[in-house]
Design a protein around this ligand. Sequence first.
Ligand SMILES: [Zn+2]
Length: 104
Amino acid sequence: MAKKAVKKEAECSDVNCPDHGTLSTRGMVMEGVVTSDKMDGTVIVQRNYLKKAGKFNRYKSSKSRIPAHNPACMGVREGDKVRIMECRKLSKTVNFVIIKKLSE
Ligand SMILES: [Zn+2]
């Protein structure tokens, strides 16, 4: 994909797009890496974090995988870093939407 600094003109007809649709976002904001884009309009975002473990003040690495809606105008692929935000429930498992693509 070509790098473009300003690429907000991209229109899409996705109703569930936070920019062009009617979907409102609220709640938690998280960043993660897309590990699967196999679904239609949905991606899996993986977040790695450190979790306090045990009585010796050590941390162990932990991860969470969150299904998030991928609006048509984002064009997010596997391996991309994204910012996701909570929204209303879009399906049985999806209640996050991608609001920004952080890397190419
Ligand atoms: Zn859009």
